[in-house]
Design a protein around this ligand. Structure first.
Ligand SMILES: *Cc1c(COP(=O)(O)O)cnc(C)c1O
Length: 403
């Protein structure tokens, strides 16, 4: 190996590929977004106003779903969806460990037990076969996560759910803009949840949504969003006392979204096609560069999913390198390429350990966790940013290649 300054990793005293730090994700806010928020602050209701309906209609138009209920965040969306699915005390909910904690926590909120099913080792999404194996008579629902924005293989999962009478909740926090067999994700599962956190493809600061085609689920979600309170006389048990009258008919929450967030999300959705195009370009460029490097494994894409990628996962092949993931991650940071890791298997967390979960449950997920880091992927990355990330990864992979 030549030891010139150009190909010596910064962590070994070489020159960093980038002068400034780049992070794995960043929101993109333009003047139209600022104006949309400013206008709602000046002229409209700050909550329960017209922007909420407008956003819900826009999400339905975007996905083809019949109903949308927007809410305070993606976690609230999952909680409401699990409750609407009828998940309760003593039930089991099957999900993947390679996700944000909220995907399993929604079962715990309802008094149910999350059951972890392993992932496919190449797509990293939950393996339908492993779902089937995990079903018991207590299973009530499946929370399937479209990890990185690639759709889970919905058809086999739906088949299992229909056979065993399970509700399919799709955790679509990463999936906005993706299509499965030509249909937008959000219109296919019993319920699909979205998140509008700033690292996601479209943001409202915070925000979430549940999409469904089922009117009964929709009515439940509306109630849960706002304390279980209704002003609809058709849903009331007593006669109305007057114009002020409302009833609490369920135990709900305050999971409402503000009109300020809704206005921002509406404006952001106008840029979704643009976001999608740029994300696809960056992913294609990364895939092209990394597929040539034997010590890197490129995530498998299934032809059924036309993917808008939320995360780009760099995966190392440990036996082809002299360093491990932690060292690779630190070497990239020294080049000023600041990654993250998505995700630590949920059942590794102390809270889950105390509930009795043990390591070894999902070997594919555990192996994945040892080998991955999330590279920068967001709309406003320049071509130079993308090339500098590729240069940094390549430099490290070549320098530390095993014989
Ligand atoms: C972000 C995320 C959530 C939670 O969304 P919030 O809006 O942050 O509450 C849930 N599941 C997955 C897979 C996520 O990435």
């Amino acid at each position: 190996m030549e030891q010139s300054a150009a190909n010596k990793p910064a962590i070994e005293g070489g020159t960093p590929v980038r002068k400034t730090k780049i992070y794995y994700g960043h929101q993109y806010i333009d003047d139209a977004d600022v104006q949309a928020v400013t206008e709602v602050l000046k002229y409209a209701d700050l909550t329960c106003g017209p922007k909420i309906k407008e956003l819900e209609e826009k999400l339905c138009a975007l996905t083809g779903a019949k109903y949308a209920v927007v809410c305070s965040n993606g976690t609230a969306a999952l909680h409401m969806a699990a409750k609407a699915a009828g998940v309760g005390e003593g039930d089991e909910v099957i999900t993947t460990p390679i996700t944000f904690a909220a995907s399993a926590n929604c079962a715990l909120y309802c008094g149910a037990r999350p059951v972890f099913a392993d992932i496919d080792p190449e797509t990293y999404n939950i393996d339908p076969q492993k779902i089937e194996e995990a079903v018991t008579e207590r299973t009530k629902a499946v929370v399937a996560v479209d990890y990185t924005g690639q759709s889970v293989d919905l058809d086999p999962i739906l088949k299992i759910c229909r056979e065993h009478n399970l509700m399919l909740i799709e955790d679509g926090a990463h999936v906005i803009g993706t299509k499965y067999k030509g249909k937008a994700n959000g219109s296919i599962s019993d319920m699909t949840t979205f998140s509008f956190h700033p690292v996601k493809t479209v943001t409202g600061g915070e925000g979430g949504a549940v999409l469904t085609n089922d009117e009964t689920l929709y009515q439940k979600l509306l109630l849960y969003r706002s304390h279980g309170i209704t002003r609809d006389t058709g849903l009331m048990e007593h006669d109305s006392d007057g114009a002020w009258y409302y009833e609490q008919v369920e135990l709900g929450f305050n999971y409402r979204m503000t009109d300020i967030q809704a206005a921002l999300i509406i404006s952001q959705l106008d840029k979704l096609a643009m976001f999608r195009k740029r994300r696809k370009e960056i992913v294609a460029r990364y895939n092209e560069a990394f597929s040539k490097i034997p010590s890197l494994f490129v995530q498998k894409e299934i032809p059924e999913s036309d993917t808008t990628r939320h995360l780009y996962i760099l995966r190392i092949v440990p036996k082809k390198l002299t360093i491990d993931r932690k060292q690779f991650f630190e070497a990239l940071a020294a080049e000023n390429v600041c990654c993250n890791v998505h995700y630590i298997p949920t059942y590794y967390f102390p809270y889950y350990e105390k509930l009795g979960y043990k390591r070894g449950l999902c070997p594919n997920a555990e192996k994945l966790y040892e080998e991955i880091m999330s590279l920068p992927l967001y709309y406003s990355m320049t071509d130079e940013d993308v090339e500098s990330v590729i240069e940094a990864v390549t430099k490290i992979a070549i320098y530390y290649a095993a014989e």
